[in-house]
Design a protein around this ligand. Structure first.
Ligand code: HEC
Length: 140
């Protein structure tokens, strides 16, 4: 029995360490945001300079980074239910993440097909999704 409790304790301890290691801080998020802003600039350069490789490197960073974005620990643990709901709106965040990734793929495809106008439209749809979070979810 005692051994069993120690085992359970060890599992719980390991679980907590893993959870803590997964923590997402404000600094992490700001860094991810800046990475995405740079990726968007790269995509824009690719469109202007007619360079698919630059576009691809931008969409690749964008897609890898957007999936990391989420509420930071303080927001998840917020005692104010309304604020918590506002900042940790997982459903909306997931939807935005999916859309950004989809538009990034389409942008790349359209540009590769020689349709820069459609590619640009996808670009503005991506910015629209960024702003959706900044404005609607965050009330900026
Ligand atoms: C799910 C919500 C969400 C999405 C989606 C989102 N952002 Fe943000 N963004 C934030 C939050 C929250 C902050 C404020 C970060 C902080 O100060 O804690 C922020 C801040 C920023 C900043 C300012 C960073 C700084 O240096 O202070 C930039 C730039 C930015 N976002 C770019 C983007 C771009 C580009 C996209 C789309 C590709 C995007 N964001 C999508 C939530 C989001």
């Amino acid at each position: 029995m005692k051994k069993r409790i120690i085992q359970i304790g060890a599992v719980l301890f390991m679980g907590t360490t893993i959870l803590m290691a997964k923590g997402y801080t404000q600094a992490d998020r700001i860094m991810d945001m800046q990475k995405m802003a740079q990726a968007m600039q790269d995509i824009q350069s690719g469109l202007l300079y007619n360079n698919l490789d630059i576009i691809k490197s931008g969409t690749s960073v964008l897609k890898d980074t957007i999936i990391k974005v989420r509420a930071i620990d303080e927001e998840v643990n917020n005692k104010d239910i309304y604020e918590k709901w506002l900042n940790n709106n997982l459903k909306m965040t997931n939807k935005i993440q999916k859309k950004i990734r989809k538009h990034a793929d389409t942008l790349e495809e359209r540009f590769a097909d020689g349709d820069a106008v459609q590619a640009l439209q996808e670009y503005s749809k991506i910015i629209g999704q960024c702003m959706k979070c900044h404005v609607r979810l965050r009330k900026w």
